[in-house]
Design a protein around this ligand. Sequence first.
Ligand SMILES: Nc1ncnc2c1ncn2[C@@H]1O[C@H](COP(=O)(O)OP(=O)(O)O)[C@@H](O)[C@H]1O
Ligand SMILES: [Mg+2]
Length: 231
Amino acid sequence: MNGRLIVFEGVEGCGKTTQLQRSQEWLQSLFVAKSLSGSLVTTREPGGTQLGLGLRELLLNAEVRNGGADATKEEMKFSQPGPLTELLLYAADRAQHVEEVLKPQLAAGAIILCDRYTNSTIAYQGYGRGFSLDLIDQLNFIATGGLESDLTLWLDVDVEVGLERTKTRGVVDRIEQAGLEFHERVQQGYTQLAKAQPQQIVRIDANLSAAAVQEQIQQILVQRLTEWGLG
Ligand SMILES: Nc1ncnc2c1ncn2[C@@H]1O[C@H](COP(=O)(O)OP(=O)(O)O)[C@@H](O)[C@H]1O
Ligand SMILES: [Mg+2]
């Protein structure tokens, strides 16, 4: 039996991690109520594998790695992955994740909830950093072997609202520290993607309360599960 890959996407603080967790709990109880036997897997990029955890650390925690706030500007500069290195590290993380987690779990019939996937690279490294979208499509294809999500939930939040939310988390990672204009370009990327692929990418209004966002997600999931014969 073939499983399904459901991806949560959107800018920092849109609520991916919160909503993925809530969706997992809701789906779990739905599976129990309907006596469905398939397994439910939650995972993320970067960092969905042991190797990926190391890559995630390299990608996001440059400051921590370098002695925290005491690091000099010069030390910080050399600890940061450059844009091309960043692009390739994300691709490496994805390649490992697809082989080690996504493909085998889908082959075993799992429903996978994944925090970020290929569209993040298009939005962040394409629209955000300015790499050619053709190049990114090729790289995504190499990393995934063409494995696409069955459904992508785009949590569409105002960039400033999202960034404000992440501040309450305490630790601000390397990508979150990038300027507002960068995040606006990323948002533009998601907007374009959703416009181009309305069947695959469903927009969720993520400015609302976490409960209201979860309600929208559940409505979409009910529809899709029915289409997939799992409802
Ligand atoms: N709808 C919401 N309204 C207000 N705060 C939220 C909402 N969803 C999430 N949060 C809070 O905002 C912060 C970022 O949410 P998170 O789920 O970690 O976002 P992401 O994983 O997309 O970066 C967390 O502190 C979370 O508790
Ligand atoms: Mg998150």
